[in-house]
Design a protein around this ligand. Structure first.
Ligand SMILES: Cc1cc2nc3c(=O)[nH]c(=O)nc-3n(C[C@H](O)[C@H](O)[C@H](O)COP(=O)(O)OP(=O)(O)OC[C@H]3O[C@@H](n4cnc5c(N)ncnc54)[C@H](O)[C@@H]3O)c2cc1C
Length: 412
């Protein structure tokens, strides 16, 4: 049977790259038709990515190393990335006219530094290939003999292949999981990931907006170390946010931490020095500037507002002169810098960047993204049980799985 009609359900990054790739690989077959069903604004999500700059990938060429950045989906992605990894993705964009650049921290952005450019690129490409964007909410997908029937609030159409790319479970409004379940697939439990975290300690409120560079956050639950993340974070009115905290939240996405049983974070504000090096540095600081207040001495290592708060909690007078610190206080001083503990009682209720969990990977073919249960049914993007850390990994997964879904839906 010729696959001449493909429905893509969900016009996000994964759906668009899938549709365009399918269009490019139809070859000379007659009457190819690709329809993207989108219930909201096409590629709306891309506009807020990377704070409006769209961090579209991360410059890691080794596919196994790349896959390490996914708390869920690592092994599945070996096969996906070995077929369409970062270099193939960037080549794909560049050859079609979207120029990119790599930041010193390896994150990749469009050369314009604007997410709108990426959106416009996809809309233009889709129109060049006569891909129809049907602005309608899909309410049902089912099989009738060899064909799929896609029913939206506007139309009901027959297709040879269907690609489900309805994204994550944001605001719990994604019925893509229901379509998949109705077609016989399993979806795992769903949890928010890359979220901000809420602390038991209320004093963080006074530090809202204070950002910390290059810290190291270890998380522990049930006395077991869960994650060890280096990076930046920021205090919020009720807890912590920022890249290192978001990544921590992903590794802890399926833990049932609560007020009664919090997640323990141990924060090292000076991870580039060992404790001994730090001690030596601190002692020389005290001997060089003995009359400095302890708050100002700490300021060398952490923001003063944080120093004041941590000294208060540890019952050290911030105005005290540095040379008067006794041995016990010096030890506390070091503990503040290397091992400040915070208890996490919850994650933020909404505003998560991605969903952890999704369509069971064992039921999808990692070489083609086709369902192992139903021929000509494909999945791509965040609907899958795959989620990445911050840094462009989530979009990279969308490009890779979307490309493979489109290629194989077109019958290549
Ligand atoms: C604030 C924010 C910033 C982010 N920044 C980055 C970043 O810089 N780099 C990065 O890699 N990742 C980033 N992400 C994550 C990234 O945006 C997602 O991983 C990605 O958008 C997922 O793409 P998708 O195509 O799978 O799903 P989505 O982008 O969610 O698209 C799915 C689409 O399907 C539509 N849809 C759903 N159900 C139906 C239906 N029944 N009928 C019709 N249409 C339907 C939805 O309206 C939606 O447009 C960010 C996310 C957020 C929230």
């Amino acid at each position: 049977m010729k696959k001449t009609k493909i429905a893509v359900i969900g016009g996000g990054p994964a759906g668009f790259i899938a549709a365009i790739t399918a269009a490019e690989n139809f070859g000379n077959r007659e009457n190819p038709q690709i329809d993207i069903f989108e219930k909201s604004v096409p590629l709306k999500t891309i506009l807020c990515t990377g704070n409006g700059r769209c961090n579209l990938s991360n410059n890691i060429s080794d596919f196994k190393e790349l896959a390490l950045n996914y708390p869920r989906g690592e092994k599945f992605l070996y096969s996906v990335f070995s077929r369409f990894g970062v270099s193939q993705t960037i080549k794909w964009f560049e050859e079609r006219g979207l120029k990119t650049y790599v930041q010193p921290d390896n994150r990749i952005f469009p050369k314009t530094d604007k997410a709108t450019t990426v959106r416009e690129f996809f809309i233009k490409k889709a129109s060049e290939y006569n891909i129809k964007i049907i602005k309608s909410n899909v309410i049902d997908v089912f099989k009738q003999k060899e064909k799929f029937i896609v029913r939206s609030e506007m139309i009901s159409e027959e297709y040879n292949a269907v690609i489900i790319s309805t994204g994550g479970n944001h605001k719990k409004r994604n019925n893509g999981y229901e379509f998949a379940k109705k077609l016989g697939h399993l979806a795992t439990e769903l949890k928010p990931a890359l979220t901000s975290l809420i602390t038991q300690e209320k004093w963080v409120k006074t530090l809202a907006g204070v950002s910390i560079k290059n810290a190291c956050i270890q998380s522990f639950y049930n006395n077991k170390r869960i994650s060890d993340i280096a990076g930046d974070f920021v205090f919020t009115h009720n807890g912590l946010a920022g890249p290192a905290v978001f990544n921590t939240s992903s590794y802890c996405a399926f833990l049932n931490y609560s007020k009664e049983k919090p997640l323990l974070l141990k924060i090292n504000f000076t991870p580039s020095s060992s404790e001994d090096e730090l001690k030596e540095d601190l002692l020389s600081e005290i001997s060089n500037f003995p009359d400095k207040s302890v708050a100002n001495t700490l300021k060398k290592y952490i923001p003063k507002s944080l120093a004041l708060e941590l000294l208060k909690i540890n019952n050290i007078n911030p105005e005290k002169k540095a040379y008067t610190l006794n041995f016990k206080e010096q030890t506390i001083f070091l503990k503040i810098l290397c091992n400040t503990e915070l208890k996490i009682i919850a994650h933020a209720d909404e505003g998560e960047i991605v969903t952890a969990g999704g369509i069971e990977l064992k039921e999808a073919n990692s070489a083609t993204m086709e369902s192992k249960l139903i021929k000509n049914l494909f999945f791509c993007g965040e609907i899958l049980d795959i989620d990445g850390l911050t840094g462009g990994f989530n979009l990279q997964m969308c490009w890779s799985t979307g490309y493979l879904a489109g290629l194989n839906a077109a019958g290549k």
